[in-house]
Design a protein around this ligand. Sequence first.
Ligand code: C2O
Ligand code: CU
Ligand code: CU
Length: 459
Amino acid sequence: PGFSRRELLLGSAGLATAFAAGGLGARQAQAADHALTLASLDHQILPDAVTRSMMSFAPDGPPPVLRFKQGRKAAIDVHNALDEVSTVHWHGFRIPNGMDGVPYLTQYPIEAGKTFRYEFTPPDAGTFWYHPHCNTLEQMARGLTGVMIVEEKEDPGFDQDLPLNIRDFRLDGDGQFIEFFKARNAARGGTYGTVATVNWKVAPTYDLPAGGLVRLRLAVTDLTRVGTYELAGGDAKVIALDSNPLPAPVPARDLILAPGQRADIALRVPDSEDKVVRLLLKRPNGDKELCSFQPVGQSAGRDLKELKPLPPNPVPEPDLANAEVLEFVFGWSPEGDAPQASICGTLGYTFWSINRTAWPGDLPGPFDPLATMKQGKSYILRLRNESPNDHPIHLHGLSFKLLRSNKRQLPPLVTDTALLLEEETMDVALVADNPGDWAFHCHVIEHQKTGLAGFLRVD
Ligand code: C2O
Ligand code: CU
Ligand code: CU
């Protein structure tokens, strides 16, 4: 919708009604391409226990994988069957601001029992994910994280495509949720889950065509963990990161993925059934097998060289010579600020800040943007982490290119979520081509919810 946030908040009744209706009405006649129902459910995660009070985007199982076609318009009806408000955010989609799913910044929360229609045309192909942006820690912890795929216009030639929703849950030995976070962890690296899952299963095995070419789509939708991943036992190359194709594929080893990040891996499945491939999470105290891949059948005899490179996404190239530099400092905030009541959930603490300002929570503002960019102009964002913790910094609605770091060599990747290491300063560049108010936050959800959040305005 073409409402500015200010109009929205000042609330002309007519506008507010139209906005809350979310495109229902005239357009409701058209069937949606996808329908999601935010619902609570009981589901078996551990081998012998049913976890109660999970949340999903479907009433009867894990979040569905949503498929879209690049450049084709799609409508998604989101029905909220929870007994609390929510929104859905389409992580990595460069779409109109009103469809971005951030409460009060881009829309009113979807009330319990109500349906909101999201409509957009994904411009980029690749692996993405979706999640709520309201009471985010609890809703995501209970299960609300799903994988989205945008198919390339031209079929890249795989025998199979396998999305892997990688995340942990915080469960006790009986499979029930324990406290979603501990304050002392929120002030540091965040609170880790206790049970590692792939597609809501503990160490699942997938049958894959022997000798075939399979596209593994890793989406780390975990709330906290920055992990190192490796595909052991097959011939595998990383072909895209955060939905953007790599100019040259790299081996699927020592792959660091932070919350919110994705990797597309081209796997040449081994020829024989006794050569199982494993996805490992590397850990100092012993690697953990997240899932495995079992070759089945006669070898298809394919070769990784048969794959054509994926076409780059149409992300505009920043004009570095004329780019303005905007500085952002990610750091501490005085501990223990009085929490404000918030409809979309507060953790009750403030530990973090961007440019010394702690985001007060998802409240009906108005708040000031951290920076305002002119539409169409190029910017360099200088991201300075003055803390001893890692922060995956995510920007909504715009993709950016990695330029340089004071700590390491950076490949010129295009992304929406950059892992900022402890005490690292990183320059990234973008063209501010998408107007609106775009959330800008750490994707360690405890950091986001205790101050490390804000938004950038493009107008
Ligand atoms: Cu996955 Cu605000 O984003
Ligand atoms: Cu996002
Ligand atoms: Cu962080």
